[in-house]
Design a protein around this ligand. Structure first.
Ligand code: PNS
Length: 163
């Protein structure tokens, strides 16, 4: 694959995201990891902070940093795909529950622009229960999230979760 676009909320990035970025960047010459800004869903981590977290995660985990860029985009995913000259959108699938939502999104994006292609990557079984929302919930109540987020960004994440 020439260029892969891995979009998401990344609120915050998790071990599942890191594993997908590693695996996508092995398959693609170039990978764009994009935080998609939704003004109606501000979430917990400010959008720019998510970009910084992803950048430090790429730098700290011996990923091919010269072939991975992290960006921030606000708007429709298809508009960003067009702007980047049609990379393949890659999304992770943890379960059949994800599948329903992901298929809907892929189908809608294809209706909006038939040239947009989405490919799915099955997550590693041991990471199938990892999600940003569980990280936020467990972290908020002081639970141990060290099995859920990359150790390289754990210390950066904790203050905001407990804040
Ligand atoms: O990490 P997430 O929250 O599962 O990522 C979802 C995301 C950001 C990829 C999705 O909500 C998205 O593409 N948002 C941009 C707005 C858009 O294009 N909506 C129409 C797609 S159905």
């Amino acid at each position: 694959m020439k260029h892969a676009l891995f979009p998401g909320s990344f609120d915050p990035p998790t071990l599942g995201h890191l594993n997908l970025i590693e695996r996508i960047s092995r398959q693609a010459d170039r990978t764009t990891v994009a935080v998609i800004e939704n003004p109606n869903k501000p979430g917990l981590f400010p959008f720019k902070e998510r970009v910084e977290l992803l950048r430090s995660l790429v730098a700290a985990n011996s990923l091919p940093a010269d072939r991975i860029q992290v960006s921030l985009f606000s708007g429709l995913l298809v508009d960003y795909v067009r702007q980047l000259d049609y990379p393949v959108v890659v999304r992770g699938l943890r379960s059949t529950i994800d599948m329903e939502f992901e298929f809907q999104m892929a189908h809608l994006n294809q209706k909006l622009d038939s040239k947009v292609e989405t490919m799915f990557l099955a997550t590693r079984p041991e990471l199938s229960a990892v999600s940003s929302s569980y990280v936020r919930e467990i972290g908020r109540y002081g639970g141990d999230i060290s099995q859920l987020v990359p150790s390289s960004i754990l210390e950066q994440i904790l203050p905001r979760l407990r804040g």
